[in-house]
Design a protein around this ligand. Structure first.
Ligand SMILES: Cc1cc2nc3c(=O)[nH]c(=O)nc-3n(C[C@H](O)[C@H](O)[C@H](O)COP(=O)(O)OP(=O)(O)OC[C@H]3O[C@@H](n4cnc5c(N)ncnc54)[C@H](O)[C@@H]3O)c2cc1C
Length: 418
């Protein structure tokens, strides 16, 4: 079958790889000059298998008010006269109810675990390297109250078969010895030994090369303008470089997916949530992180990627703009300087921002649409790198007539009544 994938981020490229492995003739179309140049470019690098949690959590409505007063706040709301923004925010608040959170978390975990298996298979099949490590992830708590809360929550995590361990300061130091120089007071942590790390961009670029060797055609520098339809099917793609035809089309255009689909009457509840990262060369590797940790007060992840340290985080709801805000970058610098003051060359930071394609429930949207030959692989929000290989394999299975290996309940557009 001839398949066109719109988007060459980590989601589009993994989709193309799995489809071509299943024997399809695949073309990937992207407006950029190479793969992975938008949101997949410089994320936190966490393959958060056990830590996969929706942002829409029961404590978020209260925290939003608290964060408004906090220096280096993890969430920034910049309200606009934008109906899509308000619709998304209200819907996200609805997903913060405890019962919804539990449902959404189970869906994420189901896909995240499957995705880790698929990533391991891809590594074994291709030998792809991307500064990866399998050394776990540490959640770090600065105050006793949040540490106590996290400690209580681990019981529920254990019931959900998530491998995790509450750790005191001595144990934190055994896991991340570079923290011995920290200026911060740390109450304790929770360690998730199964989680992995790796550079999503290096992975995307390398897998695109492998996919190309397997026959996938990449049409870069090509912007999709419209998806004209013919009754219940997409007839072709209209791009700034002419038309492209296929049997089946997959939208993997990240935050831009809803804009492409709106003219077709398909309403995707995906909204861009801006995040930031700073990447520093490590000057003293012993004084830096060995794997990855998340500072729970600032919601900033700090990850070792080869000889670099990457700090990433912040959720800014402000529309599609991608300008860098000096205040947010200062927040990243502050957290790195506070936790790992001797590790990196702070003056050589490379700053970046990207738009997370967020659904209100933080669960991606996979599979069919009301159009018979149009499929979705989008809305991966905070976890696109973690979920990419599992989502891609699901799409390849659906298009090949195989039953996906993971239950798709709650992962498709059907949950939004479409
Ligand atoms: C600060 C930050 C930290 C993060 N940390 C993590 C993490 O640690 N772990 C994790 O799992 N996830 C993380 N994420 C989330 C993850 O990066 C995203 O979910 C993921 O990159 C989304 O991939 P994508 O392929 O859907 O989108 P993208 O990478 O944005 O790719 C979409 C592609 O579509 C193309 N496109 C769009 N419209 C058109 C059009 N009209 N025509 C042609 N091409 C088009 C774009 O050019 C782009 O290349 C983080 C995100 C941010 C911002």
């Amino acid at each position: 079958m001839k398949v066109v994938v719109i988007g060459s981020g980590v989601v589009g490229v993994t989709t193309a790889y799995h489809l071509s492995k299943a024997g399809h003739e695949v073309t990937v179309v992207d407006r950029r000059e190479g793969p992975g140049l938008e949101t997949s470019f410089a994320n936190a690098g966490q393959v958060s298998v056990s830590y996969a949690s929706p942002w829409a959590a029961p404590n978020v409505p209260v925290n939003i008010l608290r964060w408004m007063l906090q220096r280096h706040a993890p969430l920034v709301l910049r309200p606009k006269l934008d109906l899509a923004m308000w619709r998304w925010l209200l819907s996200m608040l609805g997903e913060c109810r405890a019962a919804r959170y539990r449902v959404n978390k189970e869906r994420l975990l189901r896909l995240a675990r499957y995705s880790q298996t698929c990533l391991a298979r891809v590594r074994a099949e291709t030998g792809v390297t991307y500064d990866q490590q399998s050394r776990g992830m540490l959640q770090l708590f600065r105050d006793e109250r949040s540490f106590r809360h996290a400690r209580a929550e681990t019981k529920e995590l254990t019931r959900a078969n998530i491998v995790c361990r509450v750790v005191d300061w001595d144990e934190v130091l055994r896991i991340e010895p570079g923290l011995r120089h920290t200026h911060a007071r740390v109450a304790g942590g929770v360690h998730f030994p199964v989680d992995e790390t790796g550079d999503a961009y290096l992975f995307t670029r390398a897998l695109a090369t492998i996919a190309e060797q397997n026959g996938v055609v990449f049409r870069y520098g090509t912007t999709v303008r419209a998806l004209p339809t013919d009754a219940s099917r997409v007839s072709h793609l209209l791009t700034d470089r002419g038309t492209i035809s296929a049997d089946t089309y997959i939208v993997a255009a990240g935050s831009y997916s809803p804009l492409l689909l709106r003219p077709l009457g398909v309403r995707l509840p995906v909204y861009p949530v801006k995040g930031y990262s700073a990447t520093f060369p490590l000057t003293d590797t012993d004084a830096g992180p060995t794997s990855t940790l998340t500072d729970e007060r600032y919601k900033v992840a700090i990850t070792r990627l080869g000889n670099r340290l990457r700090a990433a985080g912040i959720a800014e709801v402000s529309g599609y703009g991608i300008e860098l805000s000096a205040a947010r970058l200062r927040a990243l610098d502050y957290v790195v300087g506070d936790l790992f003051p001797r590790a990196a060359d702070m003056k050589s930071a490379v700053y970046w921002t990207g738009l997370r394609p967020m659904t209100p429930d933080n669960v991606p949207i996979l599979g069919p649409t009301p159009y018979r030959n149009l499929y979705l692989n989008t809305g991966h929000g905070t976890l696109g790198w973690t979920l990419s290989n599992g989502s891609a394999r699901v799409l390849a299975d659906l298009l090949t007539g195989r039953t996906p290996e993971v239950d798709l309940t709650g992962l498709t557009l059907a949950r939004y009544g479409q």
